[in-house]
Design a protein around this ligand. Structure first.
Ligand SMILES: Cc1cc2nc3c(=O)[nH]c(=O)nc-3n(C[C@H](O)[C@H](O)[C@H](O)COP(=O)(O)OP(=O)(O)OC[C@H]3O[C@@H](n4cnc5c(N)ncnc54)[C@H](O)[C@@H]3O)c2cc1C
Length: 346
């Protein structure tokens, strides 16, 4: 019999984030498809009661928690103590956790302490034929495999954005509180503060409906023989602030800064989409001034609807990489789009 533990941490406001609720839905579905299995919820955080209340009605047989100031912030040495204590108390055989930056750092260590195994970057958890399995992509999202394991406990880090979030009614949920005692050495690292860009400066927005990708063409000489990086920057930032789209880039564009060329100052390698960049998940994508070569478009694997603007009718987007290619000047197109968005808002 499998005991499936949903292991989540609360956010700073004490609630469960979207990624945690997606993992809860996956854990619940797995429990429903494995006869005789049980679902347990495990929570870690400064405050966890409101997080527990969000899980009311999910069908968990127990809710186990570790709470208090020592567990409020992400810290490997205390998070691993909490994760280990909860997994042991639950006698968990399968631990499903959201692949947040906090859990990504710590759960491989927890699996090791418990003599278990871990799979990361999991995109789905299935119980087909009464056997638990996880779906995972390999070779930069080119091949998908279903992985099964006999070793327990089996830790599974589920990528955010791959499934529906649990959305059941709230209620009062009693929590079995554990009190693992971190040592002074465990508390040596302290969080002094958080530096985060303001919402408007934060250009990577995983929950955005649209991914807007800028390519190197924005900084290249245009039909008048000159480059216009200042106008490019202003058009792109204006569009992002009006549409709240997430900003992606090609490798060529973010690499240009290393070559001393005029570049868009708000771009970093974190924006890069592709084989050596990221593979975001958005319902729609719009590529501008980007050729659409395979090492870039492989990062578009999970974008459902793809459109591109390019001056070149023979660019790679025209070779089956996009649903719609607008053969047009991206400067002119985005000028017009921004004007339409401004008119709509006004
Ligand atoms: C091992 C390996 C890994 C790689 N990994 C990645 C990766 O992760 N991500 C990635 O992006 N690349 C990656 N690359 C590089 C990739 O092959 C391409 O070189 C890169 O994506 C090209 O970037 P680009 O399309 O922005 O630039 P370019 O190829 O220079 O294309 C610029 C485009 O802009 C168009 N253009 C110019 N002006 C305008 C205008 N006014 N309006 C409309 N269109 C205009 C041009 O027609 C042209 O098509 C990798 C390469 C290798 C070998």
């Amino acid at each position: 019999m499998e005991i499936i533990l949903l292991l989540a941490h609360s956010e700073t406001d004490g609630s469960l984030g979207k990624a945690a609720l997606e993992s809860l839905a996956a854990a619940r579905n797995l429990a429903a498809s494995l006869a005789g299995s049980a679902l347990v919820v495990g929570l870690v955080g400064g405050e966890i009661q409101s997080a527990a209340n969000q899980t009311a009605g999910c069908g968990a047989t127990r809710t186990i928690g570790v709470a208090g100031p020592d567990f409020a912030s992400s810290r490997y040495s205390t998070d691993i103590v909490a994760a280990e204590a909860i997994a042991r108390a639950a006698a968990a055989t399968i631990v499903i956790a959201p692949a947040t930056s906090r859990w990504n750092r710590v759960l491989a260590g927890a699996a090791q302490r418990l003599g278990g195994r871990i799979d990361t970057h999991v995109t789905d958890v299935t119980g087909a034929d009464g056997q638990p399995g996880v779906t995972r992509w390999y070779y930069r999202q080119r091949m998908e495999a279903v992985v099964r394991r006999t070793r327990r406990p089996w830790f599974i880090l589920l990528e955010p954005g791959c499934g529906q979030a649990w959305n059941g009614a709230q209620g009062q949920v009693p929590v079995e509180l554990l009190a693992p005692a971190p040592t002074d050495a465990n508390r040596r690292t302290t969080v002094a503060g958080i530096h985060a860009p303001s919402a408007d400066k934060q250009t990577i927005r995983p929950d955005a409906k649209l991914l807007f990708v800028a390519g190197a063409g924005w900084t290249k000489a245009q039909p008048d023989g000159k480059a216009h990086p200042d106008e490019a920057e202003q058009l792109i930032l204006d569009f992002l602030s009006k549409s709240k789209a997430s900003l992606g880039s090609t490798k060529s564009l973010v690499d240009l800064s290393g070559e001393g060329q005029a570049v868009l100052k708000f771009m970093t390698h974190l924006n890069q989409i592709g084989q050596t960049g990221s593979t975001p998940r958005h319902p729609k994508g719009l590529s501008t001034c980007c050729h659409g070569e395979e090492p870039h478009t492989v990062g578009w694997r999970f974008i459902n609807e793809r459109r591109a603007v390019n001056l070149n009718p023979n660019c790679s987007w025209a070779q089956g990489k996009a649903d719609v290619l607008y053969v047009a000047d991206a400067f002119a197109v985005m000028r017009k789009v921004n004007a339409l968005l401004a008119a709509q808002a006004g």
